[in-house]
Design a protein around this ligand. Structure first.
Ligand SMILES: [Zn+2]
Length: 366
């Protein structure tokens, strides 16, 4: 019996120990599950936060899009408004220029515009070509050779503009190719542009040393290069370098319907270094002749310096400015154009006016 009692006691003890063990295990499992639930809740909270942040980001991107679209619309409107303002300013400047010429008693102004029909290649300038003397007493024609040149051509244009007068320019092809922007300015300001060979040789000498055809090529290349650089029609007007012609070249110009120009009065501005001396020399010769076509060079610093004072003296002396225009535009020779086009090949060309390519959007031009 005693053994039975011991056995029962033993069973009870073992049972209790076993139960405690099971409970302990269950408790651990429960704790683990709780931890897992805790982690899952934390992960859920993080996901919720991320979602909110993404939603916020999306909204801010959408807001940015709306803002950019509004800014673009505004900029477009601003551009159109700027263009309208610029156009209006340009119109005002044009009107003001016209008005300042019309009402400016100090300005020489153009007193007469003559149109020259170049059919058959008429000659002008009494030093060499005496067939047509179209100037009246007191009338003056201004001509400028050998340009364009950056500094001096610009100064001459300014002096001419200040007196609201127009002149005739005989640029070389070489200079025109080098400085097309200056040449275009000459044309834009309403002056007449002809030709003066490509590289300024003495064509009588070229004829003698090489051939008549070589001289013709020099002459024609000059005209094609000026026409091409100008990007606009030029006049069928030609002046021989050093005023040295040949009968055969005169005949060529006649067949091409290109007028030939010598001069009435040579300023000798390539020799005279003092502006005062140049002015006195020109005025003395002009007084003797009473009128005349004057020959200057827009590459000469003396001329650029002297011109404002000379024009003032012409005005004071009662002289009147005549502007020569051609009836028809120059027709260049297609073969020579092809030859000259090689000089421009591979270079970007000016197919649009500068003002439509480059525009000031901030600051002012001086
Ligand atoms: Zn010359």
């Amino acid at each position: 019996m005693k053994n039975v009692g011991v056995l029962i006691l033993l069973c009870l003890v073992l049972g209790t120990v076993g139960t405690v063990g099971v409970y302990s295990h269950v408790y651990k499992e429960l704790q683990y599950t709780k931890d897992m639930v805790g982690s899952a809740e934390a992960a859920r909270d993080t996901a919720a936060k991320t979602s909110t942040s993404l939603k916020e980001q999306l909204k801010s991107t959408q807001d940015a899009k709306v803002f950019i679209e509004a800014a673009l619309k505004h900029a477009k409107g601003q551009l159109l408004a700027d263009k309208r303002t610029a156009d209006a300013t340009l119109a005002k400047v044009k009107d003001a220029t016209a008005a300042s010429c019309a009402g400016n008693a100090k300005a020489l102004g153009v007193s007469r515009v003559v149109e020259i029909d170049t059919t058959g290649g008429p000659g002008f300038g009494m030093q060499h070509y005496k067939a047509y003397d179209f100037l009246q007493p007191g009338e003056v024609v201004l001509t400028f050779d050998d340009g364009p040149q950056t500094k001096y051509t610009e100064a001459i244009l300014k002096a001419l503009a200040a007196h609201c007068i127009k002149a005739t320019f005989f640029p070389t092809g070489k200079q025109a190719v080098a400085l097309p922007e200056v040449l275009r300015k000459v044309l834009q300001q309403g002056h007449t542009v002809g030709g003066h060979t490509f590289s300024h040789p003495d064509l009588a000498r070229v004829t003698k040393k090489k051939s008549h055809d070589a001289a013709v090529n020099e002459l024609e290349r000059g005209l094609s290069a000026v026409r091409m650089s100008a990007g606009a029609p030029i006049s069928p007007f030609f002046r021989f370098p050093y005023l040295r012609d040949t009968a055969k070249l005169i005949k060529h110009l006649g067949a091409r319907n290109i007028a030939v120009f010598s001069t009435d009065i040579d300023s000798f501005d390539f020799k005279i270094r003092s502006p005062k001396h140049l002015i006195n020399n020109v005025l003395r010769k002009l007084k003797n002749r009473g009128k005349g076509m004057l020959l200057f060079h827009d590459i000469q610093p003396t001329t650029a310096k002297a011109l404002p004072a000379l024009l003032k003296r012409l005005k004071a002396g009662g002289y009147r400015i005549v502007h020569m225009k051609a009836k028809d535009a120059l027709k260049t020779l297609p073969d020579v154009d092809k030859e000259v086009a090689k000089l421009f090949r591979g270079q970007p060309t000016a197919t649009r006016p500068l003002s439509s390519v480059v525009r000031t959007i901030s600051g002012t031009k001086k």
